[in-house]
Write a protein that binds this ligand. Structure first.
Ligand code: EPZ
Length: 430
């Protein structure tokens, strides 16, 4: 089983380039099947979730041609079977975006019901509410969601909870429904905007993405396009906190600073210097960080996907911090692991009280989920001594070349698969 081994204590210094946004790419790849023309997509992140979704799309007849590591040509003219195999949805929940895309284009979709995952139950009732409002008959049978209709029509849909997935899924189906749709209380994340821009580049008529009301006029047909995915704000934020926690000086390149405003605000609050450029941000942390309080909120609030990263950084800040997780019900599991490094934190319901300690010490830990895993890497980089992380496959789902990018900043980290590789790392790094 692959592990990360880390020798902590080095400040991260240098430049790192951010890849395309995983959560935008998942929606855009699904939306690409809504045209019979060929679609070119660039700046795709080379991560496990993207590669699994491409396999799922090939399994239903999409022709996928990988031009480069980050560029793909797709053609869905031959998509016949609109049934996605359980194997894929088991690996990535976001396969459910294929429902909205297939329903919009083919008026029929059969996709296995996504399971929960390690951060919460993750229901999809709002997705189903939206599909039904657009005229689809939706049933759940034998573990599958079956959505079908003779006529998909516009509707006025109010989302009870702000949901990224429901906003994107309903927007896709409505893009080819007959008539006008208004979706209220929408998610405003940059990746929602990216999917809307992608659909519009194929001839859809979507207005208001990025606000809490999206207006869609359905069209009969979508056409070819060439599109480049926006930079991944969560990968960028992860490197920004890695710089903060290791008292480093890192230039994070290929970003959209506006998408990082909530993260930047928190880094300033805890004592970092942050300098913004057109497509880069520089984070410098020269003295011990200060405590702060943070509550996760839908965009433009502080992102839940950045909660573990600030949590581990506050574990070595001066003072006591309060972290409130308002989006998911089970996103503090990393604190149980962090306790093994000497962190002092306790969780009460959806709030963590973290009392900063001078230093964490390296330990053997297992990764509970994607963003917690990245956060535990940050903790290992900041800690004294050696950290070994198991179950790093979670991290590989959402971070391209994570250990290579970190090594480029001076981190002593390697992916190892055998005792022998572990020993070699120890010999090399002392
Ligand atoms: C997306 O998940 C992201 N995943 C998550 O990132 C991210 O944490 C989340 O949005 C919030 O920003 C992808 O984009 C692939 P939601 P999603 O629907 O769409 C409740 C990562 O690390 N809800 O916005 O599933 C839900 O339980 C991943 O990259 C319903 O009640 O999240 C949650 O409490 C982790 N009913 C809240 O809404 C529904 O039908 C927000 O969830 C749908 C959601």
């Amino acid at each position: 089983m692959e592990q990360y081994i880390i020798k902590g204590g080095n400040p991260l210094v240098g430049e790192v380039e951010i890849s395309g946004a995983k959560n935008a790419a998942l929606g855009i790849l699904a939306a690409a099947i809504m045209t019979d023309d060929t679609v070119l997509i660039e700046n795709l992140p080379d991560v496990r979730d993207i590669n699994v979704l491409l396999e799922a799309m090939e399994s239903i007849g999409v022709r996928v041609e990988r031009l480069t590591r980050h560029t793909v040509l797709l053609n869905s003219a031959d998509v016949g079977e609109v049934c996605v195999d359980y194997e894929y949805i088991k690996k990535i929940r976001a396969s459910y975006y294929l429902i909205g895309a297939l329903l919009g284009k083919h008026k029929m979709a059969r996709v296995p019901l996504p399971g929960g995952c390690n951060i919460g139950s993750r229901p999809i009732d709002l997705h189903i509410k939206g599909f039904k409002a657009l005229g689809a008959h939706v049933s759940i049978r034998n573990g599958f969601i079956i959505a079908e209709t003779d006529h998909l029509h516009g509707s006025h849909i109010y989302l009870d909870t702000v949901s990224v997935g429901a906003t994107i899924n309903i927007m896709m189906a409505a893009a080819m429904a007959d008539g006008r749709t208004i979706i209220e209380n929408c998610a405003r994340e940059p990746h929602v905007v990216d999917v809307a821009n992608f659909l519009n580049s194929m001839g859809a008529s979507i207005r208001g993405a990025g606000t809490d009301v999206i207006r869609i006029r359905g069209v009969e047909k979508l056409h070819k396009t060439e599109y480049s995915i926006i930079p991944d704000q969560i990968e960028a934020g992860t490197f920004m906190f890695a710089a903060a926690a290791t008292k480093g000086d890192v230039m994070v390149k290929h970003v959209i600073p506006k998408h990082l405003e909530a993260t930047t605000a928190k880094l300033l609050e805890i004592g970092c210097e942050v300098e913004e450029f057109d497509d880069a941000v520089r984070v410098v942390a020269s003295r011990r960080l200060q405590s702060t309080n943070v509550k996760t909120l839908p965009y433009p609030g502080y992102p839940t996907d950045m909660q573990p990263q600030i949590g581990v950084t506050l574990a070595i800040a001066k003072g006591t911090s309060i972290v409130t997780e308002s989006i998911f019900e089970n996103r503090f599991k990393y604190l149980d692991e962090l306790a093994r490094m000497g962190a002092e934190a306790r969780v009460e319901s959806n709030t963590a009280i973290i009392t900063g300690v001078e230093k964490l010490t390296g330990a053997r830990m297992s990764v509970p989920d994607l963003r917690a895993g990245a956060a535990l890497v940050i903790a290992g980089l900041a800690a004294e001594g050696e950290t070994i992380l198991d179950d790093i496959v979670y991290i590989q789902r959402g971070y391209e070349a994570f250990e290579e990018k970190l090594r480029g900043l001076g981190a002593e980290i390697e992916k190892v698969d055998t005792e022998r590789e572990l020993r070699k790392f120890r010999l090399r790094h002392g």
